[in-house]
Design a protein around this ligand. Structure first.
Ligand code: TYD
Ligand code: MG
Length: 458
């Protein structure tokens, strides 16, 4: 035989997919500890991809003659998802939706064909039987025409069926269950995950059929998955949210055809995921007048402004070392803000426990929330309440100055629209619009902020 195959053991990093001929305690590529797993690969044999997909004779093309008119976007019948994609799904793109088990990936992906019966869809499930998918579809409601269900895990079969069905959209749930005959390792191993994704990518690019791929991530990141695929696929969305809570946030991490850092909000209901097109109204739960430790922040995610409630609890430390805990906010940043408060305004918070929580299970990583965090901490520490019609948008600098935030006009407009009467921003903000119905309070630094807040209490 001309093909001499040889079995070889290779070590793969679970976190980034790097290869190594021997085991290492720490991955040299990404620096992760204890992430190397052993896998047997076959060398000397032609990989399946070229056998299965008769790749066309590609030649380099002059850039000027490439036609972009043909770029078609397919609407998925879901406003939030379309917006996140940058106006719909691009033909021939490979979209990865990652998230922890049970967060709603299968639900969302099955809702797509049910909500757009005009699109001929092939839904491949490697986790559930056809019957199980049908039961779920019944629960979700919608139009079942034009949706083909296929329960299969072998990539070669899937691609063959995909060519026969000729769908306009293919959904594969999940990449961890898929395997290619060409490799000997088990489904879910790093090499199988990479190979399956590469096969789907080739399929999408050659046929022009967009593919939505589902991938699991575990909290510990112990199962190889979406992380190692991020550079292969065109778009990466990640589900976030408390499993117990009903809100689910879909964040765009990578998008070759649109902007990243966009966020879509969904609510898990008895009949699937419901779009929450105005997150402000959902993220501020009944904010009662007179509660201390609560401040509302105006934050931006991508192009959209929304309001989020920041809660703080400051209490005397029961044990020696005070605790600092932040849910939905960067713990290091919280420490920095407390240090600024201590140094610039003389508040002795060093011996206090400080807890911060962003309502609704949202994670913010925007410095514009600093001001609301500082105000919530002060409000809890001195037990005074911030009026419910007041909100904040400003970054706090190391010397206690309040720094301006981007898109300040948009934030003020959103706050005014939701009935807020007062917004605190940096005195260095460049406000170009004349905002009606809301008082814009410009604050220079932390001492000025404290004077203003405490003056209102008298
Ligand atoms: P699922 O989509 O199966 O999660 P994943 O594919 O990410 O593992 O959804 C899991 C949870 O959602 C499950 O605990 C049940 C719940 N759920 C609802 O609350 N309402 C529904 O209509 C459906 C289909 C699921
Ligand atoms: Mg699932």
């Amino acid at each position: 035989m001309a093909n001499t195959t040889k079995h070889k053991t290779i070590w793969f990093c679970n976190a980034c997919g790097a290869e190594s001929p021997k085991w290492m305690g720490r991955c040299p590529a990404c620096g992760e500890w204890n992430s190397m797993v052993e896998e047997t690969v076959v060398t000397g044999k032609k990989t399946s991809i070229s056998n299965i997909l008769n790749s066309q004779n590609h030649k380099p093309t002059p850039l000027s003659s490439v036609d972009t008119q043909a770029e078609q976007r397919i609407s998925l019948g879901n406003g939030e998802l379309d917006r996140l994609l940058g106006g719909g799904l691009v033909e021939g793109s490979l979209v990865l939706i990652g998230g922890e088990p049970g967060i709603g990936k299968s639900t969302l992906s099955l809702q797509i064909p049910l909500h757009c019966p005009d699109i001929r869809t092939l839904y491949v499930s490697g986790e559930e039987s056809v019957r199980q998918v049908k039961l779920r579809a019944k629960r979700l409601g919608g139009n079942e025409d034009n949706c083909f269900i296929y329960s299969e895990t072998q990539m070669e079969n899937i691609l063959q069926q995909a060519r026969e069905v000729a769908p306009q959209l293919m959904i594969v749930d999940s990449v961890q269950t898929m395997y290619s005959q060409a490799l000997e390792s088990a489904a879910g191993s790093v090499s199988q995950i990479k190979e399956s994704a590469a096969m789907l990518l080739r399929f999408a690019k050659e046929s022009g059929i967009p593919v939505i791929l589902i991938g699991h991530i575990t909290k510990e990141g112990s199962i190889a998955g979406p992380k190692i695929l991020e550079h292969i696929v065109d778009v990466v969305f990640q589900f976030e949210g408390e499993n117990k809570g009903s809100y689910r946030l879909l964040r765009s991490i990578k998008n070759r055809f649109g902007s990243t850092n966009e966020l879509a909000v969904f609510e898990m209901t008895g009949s699937g995921l419901r779009e929450v097109s105005n997150p402000s109204e959902m993220l501020i739960p009944m904010h009662e007048e007179g509660m201390s430790g609560v401040a509302v922040s105006v934050t931006m995610d991508g192009t959209r402004a929304f309001l989020i409630e920041t809660q703080a609890l400051v209490s005397s430390a029961a044990y020696g070392t005070p605790q600092r805990s932040a849910t939905g906010f960067d713990g290091k940043r919280l420490n920095m803000l407390l240090a600024v408060l201590e140094k610039k305004a003389g508040f002795r918070l060093g011996a206090k426990d400080v807890f911060i929580n962003m309502a609704g299970g949202l994670r913010v990583n925007e410095p514009a929330c600093d001001l609301a965090v500082v105000c919530a901490v002060l409000s809890s520490n001195f037990d005074f309440s911030i009026p419910a019609d007041t909100c904040f948008a400003g970054e706090v600098g190391l010397s206690g100055e309040i720094r301006p935030v981007y898109q300040v006009d948009r934030r003020i407009t959103e706050a005014a629209r939701l009935g807020f009467k007062r917004i605190y921003v940096s005195s260095f903000s460049a406000i170009s619009e004349n905002h009606k119905g809301i008082k814009v309070v410009k604050i220079k630094d932390i001492p000025a902020l404290c004077r203003d807040l405490f003056a209102q209490q008298d």
